[in-house]
Design a protein around this ligand. Structure first.
Ligand code: SAM
Length: 280
């Protein structure tokens, strides 16, 4: 009879967050598959658990996945852990779950720490409807394309981000969603220096221009306001820019003010204004 795959969440900072059930599952599993065996060994030592560990990470998952699936089909139970948080959420566990599901192996998720949900719940942003966007690409072009595809997104958006990429990401978020869009920067959750900064995209950029970001971040970005979706089109933007220019504002200032009034990115307003001028 086939065994079972257990997804066991581990702390995202505070070691006290290992649940009783997570601990028991680790104790009872035949073996543990870990993203980084050195990281997981520290946790197991802390919990006083001695267990056979195999590595399962991004660059060996194709090959290791088959072996793990075979062991489970032969009757063993496997507990999957990632470096931190819930396995399969923005880490390689996703593929092992797919493989097990395809092989008819039962998969059981133990609920527990997850950076995305922890951040969302304390963000102060709307939590009724949200979407998880994981990590943005490190390549500027794909990052911008990803964000452009979210331009009209009205649900609260959750992003994971590394500190050294934060400044570039904030700039792109500001350019696409506008300077006044709300953001909650949730940093070092459950750790000693846990912090939630609730500000705007411009505010966040100003803040980190002075103090370089440190630690792990989840970004919770407010969705697009409903009225902007319904009312502001590029044509509206072009008309408003023309009005403001007729009142004596420079094109640059008219674009800036229109973008703020209509909640549109400056680029969009600028392009709409240029197109309207060319079409005349
Ligand atoms: N599977 C994990 C989970 O359930 O949260 C996420 C793994 S993902 C590879 C790692 C990312 O999660 C980090 O880059 C950061 O964005 C976020 N993260 C993890 N721990 C965090 C913490 N203590 N505070 C803030 N963000 C954290």
């Amino acid at each position: 009879m086939a065994g079972m795959l257990y997804l066991v969440p581990t702390p995202i900072g505070n070691l006290g967050d290992v649940s009783q059930r997570a601990r028991e599952t680790l104790e009872q599993a035949d073996f543990i598959a870990a993203e980084d065996t050195r990281v997981s060994l520290k946790l197991l030592n802390h919990l006083g658990i001695k267990k056979s560990l195999v590595s399962y990470y991004e660059h060996n998952k194709a090959f290791k996945g088959d072996k793990i699936v075979q062991r489970i089909l032969d009757g063993e139970t496997c507990a999957l852990v990632s470096d931190a948080g819930s396995p399969a959420i923005s880490d390689p566990g996703e593929d092992l779950v797919k493989q097990c599901a395809a092989a008819g192996i039962p998969v059981c998720a133990i609920p527990g720490p997850c950076a995305a949900i922890t951040a969302l719940s304390i963000s102060g942003q709307s939590t009724g409807r949200f979407c998880f966007e994981g990590f943005l690409s490190t390549a500027k072009k794909s990052r911008r394309e990803h964000l452009e595809s979210l331009k009209g997104e009205q649900r609260t958006m959750i992003f994971y981000e590394a500190p050294h990429k934060l400044a570039n990401t904030l700039e792109d978020l500001r350019d696409v969603f506008g300077p006044d869009r709300g953001i909650s920067l949730c940093r070092e959750l459950t750790k000693l220096h846990e912090e939630v900064i609730r500000t705007t995209l411009d505010g966040a950029l100003a803040l980190y221009a002075e103090t370089p970001p440190k630690g792990e971040f989840v970004l919770i970005v407010a969705g697009a306001p409903e009225e902007v979706q319904e009312s502001a089109s590029p044509e509206d933007a072009a008309t408003r820019v023309a009005q403001l220019m007729a009142q004596g504002l420079s094109r640059k200032d008219a674009v800036k003010q229109t973008a703020q009034e209509l909640g549109l990115p400056k680029n969009t307003v600028y392009e709409a204004a240029l197109k309207a001028e060319e079409d005349q």
